[in-house]
Design a protein around this ligand. Sequence first.
Ligand SMILES: C[S@@+](CC[C@H](N)C(=O)[O-])C[C@H]1O[C@@H](n2cnc3c(N)ncnc32)[C@H](O)[C@@H]1O
Length: 382
Amino acid sequence: MNFHVLTLFPDMIEQGLHTSILGKAMEKGCITLETTNIRDFSANKYNRVDDYPYGGGAGMVMEAEPVYRACKSVEAGIGRPARTVYLTPQGRVLNQAIVEELAMEEDLILLCGHYEGIDERVLEEVVTDYISIGDYVLTGGELGAMVLIDAVSRFVPGVLSNEESSQFESLQDNLLEYPHYTRPEEWHGKKVPPVLLSGDHRKIEAWRHEQSVKRTKERRPDLLKNAVTVTCAFYALEESWRELIRQTTEEMTRYGNLLDVGRKKIRKQHNTFGSGDFLLFAVPSILPTDSPVSAQEDFFQSFRGHNTPAALIYYGNPTEAEPQDSTLRMPADRLITSLQNQGFRILDTCQNPESSRERRLFLLRLREKIYQGIRKETATDA
Ligand SMILES: C[S@@+](CC[C@H](N)C(=O)[O-])C[C@H]1O[C@@H](n2cnc3c(N)ncnc32)[C@H](O)[C@@H]1O
């Protein structure tokens, strides 16, 4: 991924980002950083880039023309228009979902303001996203750009080791991370919680989940409001589909449940969910006639939701070939209607999220919708 920063203080960016994990990522070529000094594009013989504000008032305003030229020069280097973020206290406040979304770009142009800000007219022409790093005012956009680059880079393949990148982190699942301990076992009379020394991984996992929920309740109850427990109910004819479902669920949540409805027992037992749950239903788009049930919706007969958000994944391409005599094509809308009648709110559907990019896009869309959906409910409740 390539970051292009437009700034009046390139040294600040260069000095801040070439160390530690990001420095190594640049050496390896996973990310590149190019800084452009807006002053080099001044139209003025004194290299001035700011002027007094029309209408009076304190402070100076960065002129439109140098910013425009700098931006166009970077775009010409990239060879196509790129997403251009203006760091500003007036933007969407950066969060993990925005970070993950930005990490999917190949090139990102970051525009740093200074003084009172930048002439509005050039912002209207070049900026695609307005992003704030928090509800406070900084002297310039450089620290904001550095924060954004650091957070986004963590999602660029190769920046973190495999082990680091698959780790649970604060904010995944809308939970804060559990507390950490390292040697010695006792420090200042405080002992490491015994469960962590037990070697029992199931118990450790349960303890960590409990600690995450407790900590989020205490420190960030606002996050917990948007947390959901993910269950994936699936019917997979092929091992590759099973693997796809396992990966998708794992990428969506650390604490998910998998229910294989190919197993009669699961199909028969009562499965009831509330509005704090999220259901991921996964089925083949074409069923063989010898499948355990004759229609897709039959798989989920015993499932009941209560305004439970849900999404559908289909394996196989229903438009690819006409069904054979030995297969049944199931129209998506029939399954959706049946699940809606059973109390599920279908937010999205996806055909074969096989590549990791497709899965990420699908999961990002879902996260955004879960968040909006739950906010809407809260607004109606109030
Ligand atoms: C002093 S600020 C200008 C603030 C502007 N007058 C206003 O009230 O919106 C100068 C520059 O710092 C950057 N900046 C300040 N606070 C920021 C924040 N919370 N997030 C991102 N960038 C910020 C912006 O690039 C801005 O143009």
